[in-house]
Design a protein around this ligand. Structure first.
Ligand code: IMP
Length: 177
């Protein structure tokens, strides 16, 4: 795909305001509790670091996973696996997964099932951008930054072929036809 232009969808200030709102909600919910916050690499790194530095209620432990997915979506042959698992034990812990974007849902469906099987005390999902309309398997976020109807977006950790992750705002990629 050749890119014609990037069109801003969510600005830097708008993102930071929304992250602060989510952090306040999360802080209130886990006030005084221990909380393992899991960043899904690579895409969630920016959202994760902005979010956890604003948490005030919980005692935070940070950990990281990286997932790989193979096969086409819209087919049961789509498989997801760990490239890197968390290093902390999740048994008996409140766990909050932080993801950049949920699209078809295959990736988060895999991760949430894996974590649920580890005897967690609670398991929730925070996602910056939710493409609910594209879901092929049901995944519901507990905290959502923005609901995006469609389109491919980059920036704020999200990439197209590893580019644009460093941008502080989120842009829709407009292809050249
Ligand atoms: P899912 O398994 O289809 O929900 O895919 C989730 C993953 O696909 C995300 O973690 C992203 O890495 C990638 N992805 C889906 N949509 C976009 C997008 O619009 N921009 C960048 N990456 C995306």
């Amino acid at each position: 795909m050749r890119i014609k232009e990037l069109q801003q969808v969510y600005g830097e200030e708008q993102i930071q305001t929304r992250v602060a709102e989510l952090a306040a909600e999360i802080s209130a919910l886990y006030d005084g509790e221990e909380l393992v916050v899991v960043c899904v690499l690579k895409g969630a790194f920016m959202f994760f670091s902005d979010l956890i530095r604003r948490l005030e209620g919980p005692q935070v432990e940070a950990d990281f996973v990286r997932l790989a997915s193979y096969g086409r979506s819209a087919s049961s042959s789509r498989t997801v696996s760990f490239v890197k698992d968390v290093e902390l034990s999740l048994a008996g812990k409140h766990v909050l997964v932080v993801e950049d974007i949920v699209d078809t849902g295959y990736t988060m469906d895999f991760l949430l099932r894996q974590f649920a099987a580890r005897g967690v005390k609670s398991l929730r999902l925070a996602v910056m951008v939710d493409k609910q309309a594209r879901r092929e398997v049901p995944v519901n976020a507990d905290f959502t930054g923005f609901a995006l109807p469609g389109g491919f977006v980059v920036g704020y950790g999200l990439d197209y072929a590893e580019r644009y992750r460093e941008l502080p705002a989120i842009f829709e990629v407009i292809p050249e036809y």
